[in-house]
Unconditional design. Structure first.
Length: 342
């Protein structure tokens, strides 16, 4: 808060881009004192926190709140999203999820059958991920004080060797596990009532099995799930934290035609919107093809591709090479252009 006390929270502060980074930097890290150069500091700001020494392995802990609107959308719903989002934050840390918690805040008047559908979806997604919800909490707020439902899920997993989002080296390859922008553009298409021949679907899915396959197939040196702020925000975080440059090639980035169609129509880049069933993976140059091959054998990774490489030039920056040979910086967006995306 400013001295005058006039600064107020805006929607963009929760949108996963530069504005949220400022909130975390100026208000969270300034207040909470658990900072360390070691491995359990709040200031590591990775997808999950690590706690060493659990029977020789490392515990990974993460938490995420979900307020997506609408509650049900093509390809998913808030329940599937709440489970997948937390599972994926554990999975990109190189952890196998053990269990989740689920804490819901519900608005008075929500139909019980809507709640049942959300719970059913959470249960199905847990089964898909092979991991249970083991504790939870329910609160109800008076009508009008919250918009229908918010779900917080926390998750714990174990890793033999956690995979940070900045441990890669120059020469390592940058892989995406599939097409980019599906979740964000599907929500935009659905909300705006845009009609195309192809109805877009969100990619919301738990990635723990897929990312274990990737870890087993090669030397994985970095992972991140490009959620809010999309591929652009995810890559910029990785470049910033590693102090290395990341070069990606426009022609190699897999994007569905209808995603490009919505993007062209509304003028929002598919690089800047959320993915909820994709990961960015860095792998050593000698094993990157093996990782991609293994990913492609799985339905969730069938469109996996090497899209670029880690470089020493332009540390902290992401360079996009266009198909005609141009080069430009791919900046992190101020925030995901679509509110309440997850
Ligand atoms: Mg994440």
């Amino acid at each position: 808060m400013t001295a005058e006390g006039k600064e107020k929270i805006k929607v963009i502060h929760g949108a996963g881009g530069k504005a949220m980074d400022e909130l975390i930097g100026n208000h969270v890290l300034n207040t909470f004192t658990n900072k360390s150069a070691g491995k359990i500091g709040l200031d590591n700001l990775d997808d999950g926190a690590t706690i060493e020494g659990y029977a020789g392995r490392t515990l990974v802990l993460t938490t995420d709140s979900h307020v997506v609107s609408p509650l049900f959308f093509p390809g998913g719903d808030i329940g599937r999203l709440a489970v997948s989002g937390t599972v994926n934050d554990l999975a990109v840390m190189g952890a196998d999820p053990l269990a989740l918690t689920s804490s819901i805040i519900v608005e008075e008047g929500l139909e019980m059958n809507v709640l049942d559908r959300i719970f059913q979806s959470m249960e199905e997604t847990c089964r898909e991920a092979g991991m249970p919800i083991i504790t939870g909490d329910t609160k109800v707020m008076e009508r009008g004080n919250i918009d229908r439902i918010a779900i917080n899920t926390a998750g714990v997993g174990v890793a033999d060797e956690p995979v940070p989002d900045s441990g890669f080296s120059p020469g390592d390859k940058i892989i995406v596990t599939g097409t980019i922008g599906d979740h964000g553009m599907a929500l935009i298409q659905f909300r705006e009532g845009l009609t195309f021949k192809t109805k877009l679907k969100s990619d919301t899915a738990p990635l723990n099995h897929l990312l274990k396959i990737a870890r087993d197939a090669g030397d994985v040196t970095g992972m991140k799930d490009p959620t809010r702020g999309g591929l652009a925000a995810g890559l910029n975080e990785m470049a910033d934290k590693s102090h290395l440059g990341l070069t990606i090639h426009e022609g190699k980035i897999p994007i569905k035609d209808p995603v490009m169609g919505v993007s062209d129509l509304i003028g929002i880049s598919p690089y800047n919107v959320a993915n909820e069933g994709k990961a960015i993976i860095m792998a050593s140059p000698g094993t990157a093809e093996d990782v991609v091959g293994a990913l492609r054998d799985n339905p969730l990774g069938k469109d996996a591709k090497i899209i670029g490489e880690v470089t020493e030039e332009r540390p902290g920056k992401v360079i996009l090479e266009t198909e005609v040979g141009g080069r430009r910086f791919l900046d992190a967006p101020l925030g995901d252009p679509v509110p309440r995306i997850c």
